[in-house]
Design a protein around this ligand. Structure first.
Ligand code: HEM
Length: 518
């Protein structure tokens, strides 16, 4: 090698080492805004997963930090996990905050649906979806579908894995389970993705590809990812193809449902699925529109389009499926790695349903699930430590000062780190990182209710999750049946890490060996 090459290599490695030492050293705080790269310098050099990095930053800054991205990127936001700020932004001063100017662009998968809508259009959808999940018979539909999918889908797969000794990916199985269940109450269909050969479901994969692109849109300048989308390259290219697959599936379901309803013309329609109801609302809007003085012209016009049906389905599909499946994966992992808690969960099931070791699972009703206080605590703990939606964002409509004293200008984005909030010592105590279902049980044996500005997994205020009760019910029914029937052992060498996505997925899934208990 020539002397010049050796000198250049030495200079380069010395410079890199110096930069590395500067960024990693204690004298340089990650909260320091560097001239060109803003606060992102330390992020580039960090080996932490992004949510852990947010927790680390917030730990250094009393739980609120004003952050800036590299020059010309336009990335600038307040990151917070301060419960008082959360209460203020989502509750007492919520009227000064909205989802944001580019929100619909970033979350294009949701079209104009409830998860991205604002003002009157959001109110209309909120009322509609609320009435659908509360309609009589809906919970029984969910109960029957859950038990049937346990009996005919999930449990036979786990039995087979236990008998033949092969490992299964519990994250993948949970995702298939919640997909089947959501498709049942939303579209009234079975996909058969929980059959033993575990077939690929293209539109399910399409949703994951779109979610990956959404995550990176939070880290890239707007112009960059829009250019990538226009060029059809990288995750953006993948996301565009995914959208076409998803839309094709949903529009086909709408058309099939229309045919089905047409065939039943004149007969009483007993379908409880949400798509049938969205269609009925659309028909109603069409008939209202023919009246001369329809006071809700704007809403009606939106409801009348097929796009309304598409967006309603996609919003409910992603809201109901991904969140719950992520919660399952972390719950099963926590239980499999905490044998004393697994034993307490089994003990609770024995007492509640008069079971002895080896008894067959009785598939209790959903009302009976309210007896399971320890299970409730264990699920809340999983949601606290591993919230399926690890962050949420809002944008200031006008200038404001947060309770933490931070100024926010008009248009400033605020990112709420739900992940950090669940791990804060000042909120949860010195054992905040421990999996302790007992913290959710009162001295009298009842459930401890924690306000949503401290336990934010389902968000807070007006936009709080509409499916919270449904999700808790579904999780209890599945978790109880699985914990009673099986014990999981994580496959040796399998690493359980979080993925970079808007959902707190496990990067490599959850590979477990299954042992039968019954
Ligand atoms: C463990 C399970 C779940 C978690 C952790 C969860 C979490 C959340 C969060 C954090 C939000 C707020 C999003 C925002 O502010 O932009 C939300 C909203 C929502 N969730 Fe859930 N969710 C779960 C299950 C479900 C289920 C099963 C359904 C459907 C039946 C559902 C339907 C919705 C809807 C419709 C909204 C929009 C509410 C609005 O903007 O008014 N969720 N959820």
């Amino acid at each position: 090698m020539s002397t010049l090459a050796i000198q250049s290599a030495t200079f380069l490695s010395l410079s890199l080492s110096l930069i590395w030492i500067l960024f990693r050293s204690k004298i340089t705080s990650p909260l320091t805004k560097w001239p060109l790269v803003g606060n992102f310098a330390s992020l580039i050099f960090s080996t932490l997963e992004i949510n852990d990095y947010a927790a680390y930053l917030l730990g250094l800054s009393d739980h609120t930090a004003d952050l800036k991205g590299p020059l010309f990127t336009g990335i600038e936001f307040v990151l917070t996990s301060d419960p008082e700020n959360i209460h203020y932004i989502c509750g007492s001063n919520a009227s000064n905050y909205y989802r944001g100017e580019h929100y619909k662009d970033v979350f294009e998968i949701w079209g104009d649906g409830i998860l991205v809508a604002e003002s009157q259009w959001w109110k209309f959808q909120r009322r509609l979806n609320h009435s659908l999940v509360r309609q009589s018979g809906f919970m029984s539909l969910v109960e029957n579908a859950t038990n049937r999918m346990l009996k005919d889908g999930l449990l036979p797969i786990l039995d087979r894995a236990a008998e033949l000794g092969f490992w299964v990916d519990m994250q993948d199985l949970s995702r298939r389970f919640t997909l089947e269940l959501t498709c049942k109450f939303l579209l009234g269909i079975d996909l058969d993705s929980l059959s033993v050969d575990l077939p690929e479901v293209p539109f399910s994969k399409a949703i994951e590809d779109m979610e990956e692109a959404i995550f990176y849109r939070h880290l890239k300048p707007l112009r960059l990812w829009k250019l990538q989308r226009w060029l059809g390259i990288g995750v953006e290219g993948k996301s565009t193809k995914a959208k076409a697959i998803l839309d094709e599936f949903v529009y086909r379901q709408i058309s099939l449902k229309r045919d089905k309803i047409a065939c039943k013309e004149g007969k009483e329609d007993e379908d409880l699925d949400m798509l049938s109801r969205f269609m009925a609302v659309r028909e109603e809007a069409l008939s209202h529109d023919q009246q001369a003085h329809n006071p809700n012209k704007n809403t009606s016009a939106k409801v009348m389009s097929d796009r309304f049906l598409r967006d309603s389905v996609v919003n409910m599909l992603t809201a109901g499926r991904d969140t719950t499946s992520v919660a399952f994966a972390w719950f099963f992992w926590l239980v499999s790695t905490h044998p004393s808690i697994e034993a307490k969960l089994r003990q609770e099931l024995k007492e509640a349903f008069h079971l002895k070791e080896g008894d067959k699972w009785p598939y209790p009703t959903y009302q009976a699930m309210s007896k399971l206080v320890f299970l409730h605590g264990a699920l809340c703990e999983a949601l606290r430590l591993y919230p399926p939606v690890p962050f949420n964002r809002r944008t200031a409509i006008g200038p404001d000062t947060l309770p933490s004293g931070h100024r926010v200008d008009k248009g400033k984005e605020i990112i709420i780190s739900t992940y950090t909030l669940g791990r804060m010592e000042s909120v949860w105590g010195s054992d905040c990182l421990e999996f302790k279902p007992e913290r959710w049980i009162s001295d009298k044996g009842g459930i401890v209710h924690v306000t949503s500005n401290k336990f934010n997994a389902f968000s807070a205020g007006a936009n709080q999750c509409l499916g919270k009760e449904l999700a808790m019910l579904e999780m209890k029914m599945v978790a109880a049946a699985v914990v009673w029937n099986y014990h999981f052992e994580v496959v040796e060498g399998h690493s359980v890490d979080a993925d970079s996505s808007i959902m707190y997925y496990m990067k490599h899934g959850l590979k477990v060996h299954v042992a039968k208990k019954v």
